[in-house]
Design a protein around this ligand. Structure first.
Ligand code: MN
Length: 478
């Protein structure tokens, strides 16, 4: 048996342990706020509904000690954590001692868990691919873990495509999936929910005008077109693709075969000066039961829709979308406009404050200290957009901070350019800072974050500066 088979056997055993949970009791369900977390929550909800189990759900940006403290004050005996929990399992063990807990997660596991007593550990059912040497950041998402588990307690095959959406939300598609994700994808395809084909890997094929898709596309970069609306329209005219149809704009999904071929060739020609000019194609995941040209038709756009719901604190709409609730879907799609407004607001604030005290610029870093001027749930999105904008030198650390209403500050860390191509693990970088200042770090190699008390913002920023500067020294020394 290889590690994947072992992992699946282990999931089966864990499902058996879950069946021992008292079915008359209400389960406290906690999941993560992003697209993967919302997908994960939807799948477990589907399974619990089928089993007639009662639950009370919260979707939260990060599980930290404070959130655990609050959960421990609630009078539940049973807890399920999805797409979070492993990174703080030692504290879960200590804070929720005496309760029965199921953790379905793919994040790295907090060290020191084995310091908890055996009887405490026995109360926790912990499902995580890292336990089997499977890399949860690349090989399977939180939604994928929940899907594998849920299949063992109920029939949730009809949710396989949602697990794929979760994986895409966590950027696990890299010209295709690795083993576990691709097995789940196969099930989604076999169920008639999804189809995969190869095409230009642009965002917005179903919903945006083609020239806008090209203008906004920074990866793959199209010289003369990316970032320029007139450049995009000119380019389409050059390759004899009419950007308009009647009074309206055409979308990528409207192109016929010949036009698509001309578009791809045209882009490759424009990219001849780039490292890999032909790196234009990717896997396109289409949810074939969804209406054409809807934001739920393309898996990437679907995951953005879920993310938008989460960031706007309307996660329940996202769950509704995953479960196929038509009314909720309408409301979720309507929310996309609000989400865009928040992004524009955040970007405006960034551009207006570039030369002001709110934004600190160093040799290899930029620190965006937004205080309460940007929604705390949007600060990571802002950092991600800036990291891909091409505005900053590749390898620049982008640290952004915004205050939540509860006396904490949400921190995000990204790297300008293609973080994947560097060896830098942002999660350890932010951990290094938090170790000195206090606060709690989490996230992945390419996108990390922390929650700190707002009171220590200044100290956090000066420490971060020192850490970034020391990284710069290391590079200069080599
Ligand atoms: Mn996840």
């Amino acid at each position: 048996m290889d590690k994947y088979e072992q992992f699946k056997e282990y999931v089966k055993e864990c499902a058996k342990k879950f069946e021992e949970f008292d079915a008359t009791k209400v389960i406290r369900l906690v999941s993560h706020l992003d697209a993967d977390g919302i997908s994960a929550a939807s799948i477990i909800i589907k399974a619990l509904n089928k089993k007639n189990r009662k639950y009370s759900i919260s979707i939260i940006p990060q599980l930290d000690k404070k959130a655990l403290e609050e959960l421990s004050n609630e009078k539940y005996e049973y807890y399920i954590f999805t797409d979070l929990g492993s990174g703080i399992i030692k504290d879960i063990c200590a804070t929720l001692s005496g309760r029965r807990i199921l953790i379905l997660d793919h994040h790295e596991i907090q060290e020191g868990y084995n310091q908890c007593s055996q009887s405490e550990q026995d109360l926790i059912v912990h499902v995580n691919p890292h336990l089997f040497g499977i890399d949860g950041s690349k090989e399977i998402s939180g939604a994928g873990v929940v899907y594998l588990f849920s299949k063992e307690i109920s029939d949730v095959k009809e949710m396989a495509h949602i697990a794929v959406v979760g994986a895409i939300g966590d950027i696990q598609d890299d010209n295709g999936f690795l083993r576990l994700n691709s097995e789940i994808l196969k099930e989604a395809v076999a169920n008639g929910k999804m189809k995969v084909n190869v095409g230009p890997r642009f965002f917005g094929a179903q919903t945006r005008p083609l020239h806008k898709v090209l203008e906004y596309c920074s990866d793959p970069l199209i010289p003369g077109v990316s970032g320029s609306e007139s450049g995009a329209i000119q380019f389409l005219n050059q390759i004899k693709i009419d950007p308009k149809k009647g009074a309206g704009w055409r979308k990528l999904v409207h192109l016929n075969k010949e036009e698509m071929q001309r578009l791809i060739t045209g882009i490759i020609m424009k990219r001849l000066g780039e490292k890999r000019p032909d790196d234009v194609l990717g896997h396109i995941y289409t949810l074939i039961e969804e209406e054409r040209e809807s934001p739920t038709r393309d898996a990437r756009e679907f995951s953005t829709l879920l993310n938008a719901c989460g960031r706007l604190n309307r996660a329940s709409l996202g769950i509704g979308v995953c479960l196929g609730d038509k009314k909720m879907k309408k409301r979720a799609i309507a929310s996309l406009a609000d989400y865009k407004k928040e992004i524009v607001k955040a970007l405006d604030w960034y551009h207006q404050n570039k030369n002001k005290p709110g934004i600190l610029i160093g040799d290899n870093f930029i620190i965006i200290h937004a205080k309460d001027q940007v929604m705390s749930t949007m600060i990571g999105t802002l950092a991600s957009i800036i990291s891909k904008s091409g505005d900053l030198k590749d390898g620049t650390y982008i640290l952004s901070l915004a205050q939540a209403a509860d006396g904490t500050t949400k921190v995000s860390l990204r790297l300008a350019g293609k973080a994947k191509e560097t060896e830098i693990d942002l999660r350890t970088v932010i951990q290094d800072i938090v170790k000195i200042t206090g606060g709690e770090a989490g996230g992945h190699m390419n996108a990390a974050g922390a929650i700190i008390p707002t009171l220590i913002e200044e100290e956090f920023i000066s420490t971060a500066k020192k850490v970034f500067e020391s990284k710069n020294q290391e590079i200069l020394a080599n």
